[in-house]
Design a protein around this ligand. Structure first.
Ligand SMILES: [Zn+2]
Length: 240
């Protein structure tokens, strides 16, 4: 995929791209570590789900800690660098099909810490990866990646384009409204995410995931009433 200056964001559009197979096999997630981690986690979950990726899925993969999933290979810097030798050990696994799911995720944390030798070593894998492989590079500094690497990647932004200040968001108003627009749903999703970051409570994370699914259903012309009813159920559960 050609390097594009356009960043794909926010999450509902990323999810849509995934479902319509328009997501590249090498992704760069740019943003603060915290936001980028959440996005990389959500993507890895989608990609390795053994069912259809719905919220609350209890498939073997969704029940597993994402950092302990056999089809998610996680690479982190060692002593501030990610060296070629470290990559070699991981990349020798990419020609084996996924063990549990249909997808193998190579998640490279702090990708700007890849040495130049490591990045050059990566190029061939980025050029012709097996069809079930997706590379996810998480970084706050995309210029730490060589132009040759960047040109093979699609860019996702973990920071929302939309103001996610939640002080003006009223969930009761959201549920009381008769209509449900994509913009409202995106605002709702950001508000939920802010709550999650504040409370670090798994129930909020579930609601956040539910709002992504809702966006997907809305895009597929699902019933607005039904979507709200489902969100409301999860929301009531969170507030308990
Ligand atoms: Zn699942």
């Amino acid at each position: 995929m050609k390097n594009s200056k356009a960043y794909l964001s926010p999450w509902p559009l990323i999810l849509q791209a995934w479902h319509t197979q328009r997501l590249g096999h090498a992704l760069v997630i740019q943003g603060s570590q915290e936001k980028a981690d959440l996005l990389a986690t959500a993507l890895s979950r989608q990609m390795t789900c053994e069912e259809v990726g719905d919220r609350g899925c209890e498939c073997r993969s969704c029940s597993r800690d994402i950092f302990d999933h056999p089809d998610v290979l996680h690479i982190q810097p060692e002593k501030d660098r990610i060296r070629r030798e470290q990559l070699q050990i991981v990349l020798q696994h990419i020609n084996r099909p996924p063990l549990w799911s249909h997808h193998l995720v190579i998640w490279v944390d702090q990708a700007h810490r890849l040495t130049e030798a490591a990045q050059n070593y990566l190029l061939k894998s980025l050029e012709e990866p097996p069809r079930y492989v997706t590379f996810i590079f998480v970084t706050e500094q995309i210029h730490g990646l060589l132009p040759t690497v960047r040109s093979r990647c699609q860019f996702l932004r973990a920071d929302p384009d939309i103001q996610d200040d939640d002080t003006h968001f009223d969930p009761d108003q959201f549920f009381a409204d008769n209509d449900l627009t994509k913009e409202q749903l995106i605002q709702f999703s950001y508000w939920v995410r802010t709550q999650y970051r504040r409370h670090q409570n798994k129930a909020w994370l579930e609601l956040w995931e539910a709002s992504y699914q809702a966006f997907h259903h809305l895009n597929a012309n699902g019933s607005q009433d039904l979507i709200k009813e489902i969100l409301r159920d999860v929301f009531d559960h969170v507030r308990q």
